[in-house]
Design a binder for this molecule. Structure first.
Ligand SMILES: Nc1nc2c(c(=O)[nH]1)N[C@H]1C(S)=C(S)[C@@H](COP(=O)(O)O)O[C@H]1N2
Ligand SMILES: [Mo]
Length: 198
């Protein structure tokens, strides 16, 4: 997906690697980017919820979450600060599975993390086999610094949408800016469109 037409702000920086969106470089390391301290959530206390506009609450404990169908995920991730990590492997539960019995007419969501971080993601971006609640990285339990015990993984959007220490998803009628979206980041965040800042 190498475009002929420049997409503005960062100018045109092309790597020649079609796996890299414009303005991104490949890194072999796994940088940690967290606003504030990393919360510590024992799996005994961990819970994942989905709450609808009608106030209907669906919730999973760690054990009930682990008994859901699991998937291995092989994907590239792209951080808005310009690094991309290619060919990462994860294990987790598809949001399609978690939303199976959820009735809603909302088109938007806010992901809520332990510690207070939020990010908004359209429901369509969470569904369709493109997003997961991931608890394993590279065959090992997800490190706390990277969001363990579990994080949202929305790899087709910039990585700030992949909320670490995920606690739950709230369905919303409107697209409500989350933490970074209220601080100048793009409301949607598609790296292939260079939706970096607003
Ligand atoms: N809860 C929470 N999730 C978060 C963040 C955060 O500060 N808190 N930072 C976001 C940003 S800006 C990025 S780039 C990625 C970084 O994930 P990493 O530290 O695993 O590389 O997590 C995202 N998820
Ligand atoms: Mo970020």
């Amino acid at each position: 997906m190498v475009g002929i037409i420049s997409s503005g702000f960062h100018g045109r920086r092309q790597s020649g690697n079609p796996a890299l969106p414009a303005g991104q470089y490949e890194t072999g390391s796994f940088p940690v980017l967290t606003a504030g301290p990393a919360p510590r959530i024992p799996t005994d206390d961990w819970e994942f919820f989905i709450i609808t506009e009608a106030g209907q609450r669906h919730a999973w404990t760690w054990d009930s979450f682990m008994s859901l169908p699991q998937m291995d995920i092989h994907t590239d991730i792209h951080c808005v600060t310009s690094w991309s990590k290619l060919g990462t492997t994860w294990r987790g539960v598809s949001l399609d599975t978690l939303f199976e019995n959820v009735e809603t007419s909302c088109r938007f969501t806010t992901a809520h993390s332990y510690g207070g971080y939020t990010t908004n993601v359209p429901l369509a971006d969470l569904l369709g086999g493109r997003s997961w609640v991931a608890w394993e990285f590279g065959g090992e339990p997800l490190e706390r610094a990277h969001g363990g015990p579990a994080r949202l993984l929305v790899p087709h959007l910039y990585f700030w949408k992949s909320a670490k220490w995920i606690n739950g998803i709230e369905l919303t009628q409107d697209d409500v800016p989350g933490f970074w979206e209220s601080n100048g980041y793009h409301i949607h965040g598609d790296p292939w469109r260079e939706e970096r800042y607003s």
